[in-house]
Design a protein. Structure first.
Ligand SMILES: [Mn+2]
Length: 332
């Protein structure tokens, strides 16, 4: 692994214009890591462009704005008319699977230029030319930080802020079991580089629109506890989006709420698409069930305690189907 970093750096240094992207519906780790990578490349004199495959959540807008980074944005795919021929390298952060990169496979599968992946997920596919994957890393940002250290990237306040947002996003502000000593040492280094943690807390935890809390309230009303209160199921219906005016990003972290209950071992959140589209299922466990392995049986992926899958069926049938499959998986 250690010797992979110089090789990865070598590939990046061979590029003159890098297209940086991440998974659809980007979270804080995705946005923070992409921003930090783009700034690091800029520091090394390598131009890059950030391309998002769905809209940038408003709460993360400040990361790019503070750093003076622009981005291109698609709607469940590459931006319309986007010319990938301007680039001689593809850098994908925080995912290693085409299913998380809608619209990318047809364009890049046979692309004759380096395709690089920097990730921390267990679920991987073998299409990249070079991958930097550390599944012990709490966030893709940790892999990026290790890369920067070996590359001698100067950790500016903007890079530190982007990496810090990524860390707190994927560790639940250092609460989740993926938090490791390295995570906290890195966080300390980032604070020393000038991260304003109080400002980040206000921007990320105390700056929501009221519509988000209205949507979450509805979702919590839908809570059902199954199997002797060990499995929690919550649903967000299309009407919940329409009637509250909230969007899909408002469902972020909702799946963790039922884990507050002592008896609950696993939480399943079903989110109906506000438009047409599959039901998104988020899975969380306290460690007794491997969410990633279960998600993989249905074509999804993720981590042992946090995973997701998309199911192309009506909401209520999706709930019945996934819950039944989950029970069978637990017994097996
Ligand atoms: Mn991540």
């Amino acid at each position: 692994m250690a010797k992979d970093y110089p090789r990865f750096i070598g590939r990046l240094c061979g590029c003159k214009n890098v297209l940086i992207t991440t998974h659809v519906r980007p979270d804080g780790d995705a946005i923070g890591t992409v921003a930090a990578l783009s700034l690091a490349l800029r520091g090394k004199g390598i131009p890059s462009a950030i391309v998002l495959l769905s809209s940038l959540p408003s709460k993360y807008r400040f990361i790019l704005a503070d750093a003076g980074l622009s981005h291109h944005e698609g709607n469940d795919g590459l931006p319309a008319g986007f010319n990938v021929d301007e680039f001689d390298g593809l850098l994908v952060a925080d995912t290693g699977t085409w299913s998380q990169l809608p619209g990318m496979q047809p364009v890049f599968e046979n692309w004759k230029r380096p395709k690089l992946v920097l990730d921390h997920h267990i679920t991987q596919e073998e299409w990249a030319d070079f991958k930097l994957v550390n599944t012990r890393a709490a966030a893709a940002a940790e892999v990026a930080a290790e890369l920067f250290e070996i590359w001698g990237v100067e950790i500016t306040r903007d890079i530190a802020t982007a990496l810090y947002v990524a860390l707190v996003s994927d560790t639940g502000w250092f609460q989740f079991s993926n938090t490791r000593p390295y995570t906290l040492r890195l966080a300390a280094k980032l604070m020393e580089a000038g991260v304003d943690t109080d400002r980040l807390n206000i921007l990320l935890n105390q700056s929501e629109r009221k519509q988000r809390v209205y949507l979450q309230t509805r979702a919590m009303h839908s809570l059902e506890l199954l199997d002797n209160d060990t499995v929690a199921v919550m649903k967000v219906r299309r009407d919940d989006f329409l009637e509250t005016g909230a969007g899909v990003p408002a469902t972020e972290n909702l799946v963790n709420v039922p884990l507050q209950i002592a008896t609950v071992e696993a939480s399943l959140l079903f989110v109906e698409s506000p438009e047409a589209g599959p039901v998104r299922v988020s899975l969380r466990s306290k460690g007794g069930v491997d969410c990633a392995r279960f998600a993989q049986t249905l074509g999804g992926g993720g981590h042992a305690r946090a995973a997701g899958v998309k199911v192309a069926m009506p909401l209520d049938r999706a709930v019945t189907t996934v819950v039944e499959a989950f029970r069978a998986f637990k017994i097996a």
